[in-house]
Write a protein that binds this ligand. Structure first.
Ligand SMILES: *Cc1c(COP(=O)(O)O)cnc(C)c1O
Length: 356
């Protein structure tokens, strides 16, 4: 069976060696040495100055919205995983959707200003499939209208724009280290922030507001990751070059062998991408369904990421988003993971090409 993704599992003895350190210290959580070591390694790898590793990629979105959203209207993309929109509603803010750019699939920066009202407090946009939003345009709009910018960078591990980590853009960026993501800790995530004062607030917020055992520094929640999850991250970390190189091999194979009529995602200029997802867009949903059925018969299970468009789910306002709805109905993410078998790739490509 070939699924849309396969979790990268490091050699189990490498994982056990890290877990052994937790046993030796008898210390399983509350920012133990494994978490601190993983944070240092990731800071170096990503070339960022600040990181807080968290228990997943959703809690940091909630924390950022709690601190910056202020219960207002949040301008956001309808084309993302449901966590992006759900976090807004969960924090008692109101999602205001802006349609996406049909080429990069990120929020259409040219339509943002028309959606701003006196109640708008922030923009929450997703670097979907690791393809960054139009960072400069969004920064300029935010500055002009005094809005905060939060990036859901769950897919953007290791992505750079003009040589700089995408995690360094916006007021806060969040990432997911879920088992299905490019770099993972089983469950996990991170938040990034270059402003020292805001970083301080994010840090306290992810640990109940604790300022030492007896004092508090504002309201907080539990966003901490455990030593057992950090052990997984430390065991996966040395394999990042292999993970990315073998994903690149699969992406190149798809690029070169899939029928050239199939629409692909255009990676934005100036971006060094991470080969995190391989979406293809069919001309019609009926073709997508036929191709999926043919693939499923071969025990190949791509996924309809992202479907449905988030403006159509029951707890959102139901604004019409024609571009996002159209792409959501026609987009399929093909299997993509580390160390994919060349024969499997050939089989996927042949099945698709034969059913177009
Ligand atoms: C995976 C994902 C999340 C949520 O991350 P978790 O670690 O599963 O909580 C948020 N946003 C996007 C776009 C995602 O793909």
């Amino acid at each position: 069976m070939i699924n849309v993704t396969r979790t990268f599992l490091p050699p189990i003895d490498a994982y056990q060696q890290f877990v052994q350190r937790a046993w030796d210290k008898q210390w399983l959580t509350n920012r133990g040495e494994l978490v601190l070591e993983l944070e240092e390694k990731l800071k170096g790898y990503l070339s960022v100055n600040n990181i807080i590793i968290t228990n997943n990629g959703t809690v940091p979105l909630q924390i950022a919205l709690k601190l910056l959203g202020n219960g207002g209207e949040i301008i956001t993309t309808p084309f993302s995983y449901v966590a992006t929109t759900a976090a807004i509603v969960w924090e008692n803010c109101t999602p205001v959707f802006v349609d996406i750019d049909p080429v990069h699939f990120t929020i259409d920066e040219t339509k943002i200003e028309a959606a701003i009202t006196p109640r708008t407090t922030a923009i929450l946009a997703t670097h979907v499939f690791g393809n960054p939003c139009h960072l400069e345009a969004i920064e300029a709009i935010a500055k002009k209208h005094h809005l905060k910018v939060i990036y859901d960078a769950a897919h953007a591990f290791g992505v750079t724009y003009k040589g700089k980590s995408v995690f360094d853009f916006g007021d806060v960026s969040t990432c997911s280290f879920h088992a299905t993501k490019l770099f993972h800790t089983g469950e996990g995530g991170a938040m990034f922030c270059t402003d020292a004062a805001l970083f301080h607030k994010l840090f306290y917020s992810h640990n109940f507001g604790h300022n030492g055992p007896l004092a508090f520094h504002g309201l907080g929640v539990n966003g901490k990751i455990s030593e057992l999850q950090a052990a997984m991250g430390l065991a996966v970390f040395p394999h990042l070059a292999e993970i990315i190189a073998t994903r690149k091999f699969a992406v190149d194979f798809y690029d070169n062998h899939l029928n050239s009529q199939l629409q692909r995602m255009k990676i934005r200029e100036g971006v060094h991408w991470n080969y995190s997802y391989y979406p293809v867009i069919f001309e019609h949903e009926t073709t997508l369904l036929a191709v999926m059925e043919a693939l499923n018969k071969e025990s190949i299970f791509p996924r309809r990421y992202f479907y449905p468009s988030l403006n159509t789910i029951d707890y959102t306002a139901g604004q019409s988003m024609p571009v996002s709805e159209s792409i959501a109905a026609r987009i399929l993410c093909l299997p993509l993971y580390a160390n994919m078998d060349a024969a499997d790739l050939q089989r996927i490509v042949s099945t698709i090409n034969e059913n177009l």
